[in-house]
Design a protein. Sequence first.
Length: 162
Amino acid sequence: MLKKIKAKIQGREQALRTVEGWKAQGLRVVFTNGCFDLLHYGHIHYLAQARSLGHRLVIGLNSDASVRRLKGPNRPINDQASRQLMLAALEAVDLVVTFEEDTPFELITLLLPNVLVKGGDYRPADIVGADVVMAQGGEVKALPYIEGYSTTAIEAKIRQKE
């Protein structure tokens, strides 16, 4: 079972071959990205919704260095290997690819998903890579957030109890 989960964690070149294979089979590939530091109800709900928009769900995961640049020196709470494995273990997730940059633009440009998805605090036109996906005939969607669920809120709650 662990071997099957770990097989979902791929580098860029292997991920490209995997995604191209799915597309060749006529499968609709959905892409989303994030830090997914403390996996919570909101993440699971969001990923299940994203997966329902296609046949395969690819997660672009911010590397540890990328998370630190975006979220500050105390993040991530969970290291990259832990975050990769947790995401790959989810039934809704078909592929996890880590990126070092601050945005997934290069990864999106490489994989060219059929559908690009982000959380509801984005407008589709403002989503990184939206122009690339739409230019090749794909769709861009913003899914609603579930209020009250965020890594930042969980972190604050933990700090209150200390």
